[in-house]
Structures are given as C-alpha cells and as structure tokens.
Design a binder for this molecule. Structure first.
Ligand SMILES: [Zn+2]
Length: 285
C-alpha cells in the first residue's frame, strides 16, 4: 500500500535539502530549528526530538559545519515512525540581521514546526511553537514582510497564514521552489473551479472544456520546465507560446493569439505540440 505524502511532507523533504551557503545562515537556521522545537536557542547542550530523518540529518550537518557540537544521536520510537533524539551544543554565532538569515530562520522554523494544508482544499499554514519559541521567527517574518498572526493554543503559540499570496511568498522565501509551483498550480485550479461554479450551467460545459485544456497545457509546460527551466530546448515559437500560457493561465485562445500576434489556429497548434512534446518525453502520467 502506498500512502500519499502530505503537502507538508513534500515541502519539508524539499527544504531539508536546501543547504544555506553562508556561515551566518547556517547558524541562523540551526538556532531557529532549536528555538522552535524547545523554546530556546542558547549555548548550553540541548536535547531535540526530531521526527524526520532528513531534518535530523540536516541538523547534524549544520551543527558540524557551523561550529556546534553534536554529543549523541539516538534513534527512538518504532521503525514505522522513526524519531531522533539529538543532544547538541549550538555554535556560538547566531546569524545576522540580514534578509539572507531571515529566510534561513523561516526555513528552520518551518522544518521544526511547520504544517501546510493541501492547497487544493484550504489555504492554511501554521507553525506551533512552545511558549517563548517565536522570537527569531517573528522578527524574521517582520523583516521579510510575511504577515504571520499569532494565536494561543494550549501551551503553544501558533503563528499562521490563511491567504494564498503570503503562503506562496513564504514558500518562495524559504527556497521551496517546487512547492511554489505545485501551490500556484493548485491555486489556479481552485480559482477556476470557483469561477466556473458561479457561471450558468449552459456556459459551464464549454468553460470546463476550456479549463481542462488550459490545465493540461500548464501541466505539460510545468513538466517541461522541470526538465529545462528556460525551455531552451524548445523551438522559439513553442517557447514563446509556452511562456504566454504559463503567465496567462486563464487566457483563451483569442487572447493568447493577440498576445503572440499570430492566428488563433497557430496558437492552438503550438499548444497541441507542447502537450505532445511533454507526452513524448514521458513527462505526463
Ligand atoms: Zn545569512
């Protein structure tokens, strides 16, 4: 049996592999992880319980390269839901006040405590930290212009976002680029569905057909971009239409034709070729 990974899992797996290059950011991310987990990021040895292998590995790696000390790593719990107990001393440095470190802090706090709803269902992102565990997080969010709101829940402070735009921006700031793509894609599907629901029935069938085609085209382009971000392997005419469709997900053929200054049938033909190309490369499931 395969269990579909949650969006939170996907984002954390991606963020665990984002390695900050600067020493200041390494210190900042590590301190933010500790603060969000146990409410403090001071110099004494801390014990961190981390439920994810990839995050535990990142903590160990960051501690080593940033000048901290890892005393012990213990694997706990069951094989099914492994967790790790790390005893470590953080490095003496705590990062900088620069934006680079604000991004590292947001990433660290999310890796430690983040939760993100599936964007097809709801726009909801939260970080539930122990009391006192939000100092770095709130100052980093303020510097980065992310409007986190706090609320109390038992002995935790929960910082949350409930709108698509700041969630998408936060994902981008943390460096979760694949997650941004998926989020934006799901966001468009959701927008278009609610638009479609508002229309009269007679229009809906036509619109559905158009939306399905537009979504299929976007999915094809997304996959082509995943292989080749600049689409440089495509013929210039195809690349142009791909970029237009990408940045105008709701546009009809007529609008795209006007933007590209070619005929409607030329646009339709190029979009068809894009989908065929993504198919041919085995990029479409
Ligand atoms: Zn930095």
């Amino acid at each position: 049996m395969t269990v579909k990974a949650s969006f939170t899992d996907e984002v954390k797996a991606e963020l665990a592999n984002v390695q900050p290059a600067r020493a200041c950011c390494q210190e900042a991310e590590l301190t933010a992880i500790a603060e969000a987990l146990v409410g403090t990021g001071d110099g004494t040895p801390l014990t961190l319980r981390i439920p994810r292998n990839a995050v535990a590995r990142k903590v160990v790696h960051l501690a080593k390269i940033a000048g901290g000390r890892v005393e012990t790593v213990r694997k706990g719990a069951t094989e099914k839901r492994p967790s790790y107990r790390l005893r470590l001393t953080l490095p003496p440095g705590r990062g900088s006040q620069d934006v680079c470190c604000a991004r590292a802090i947001l990433r660290g706090a999310f890796l430690a405590r983040g939760l993100l709803g599936n964007p097809a269902d709801a726009y909801h992102l939260e970080l539930a930290v122990p009391e006192g565990g939000g100092r770095l997080l709130t100052s980093a969010a303020a510097r980065a212009g992310i409007p986190l709101k706090p609320t109390a829940r038992r002995h935790r402070t929960v910082y949350y976002l409930k709108a698509a735009e700041p969630i998408s921006r936060l994902l981008g700031l943390m460096g979760a680029n694949r997650a941004v793509m998926r989020f934006e894609n799901d966001r468009i599907v959701r927008d278009m569905r609610s638009q479609a629901n508002r229309r009269a029935n007679s229009e809906t069938a036509n619109l559905d057909k158009r939306l399905r085609a537009a979504l299929q085209q976007r999915e094809a382009i997304r996959r082509l971009k995943a292989r080749d971000a600049g689409l440089h392997t495509l013929a210039p005419a195809l690349r142009e239409v791909a970029e237009l469709r990408w940045s105008h997900p709701r546009a009809g053929l007529k609008e795209l034709a006007e933007l590209a200054q070619v005929s409607k049938s030329a646009v339709a033909n190029r979009l068809r070729r894009l989908v065929v190309q993504a198919n041919r490369n085995g990029l479409i499931d």
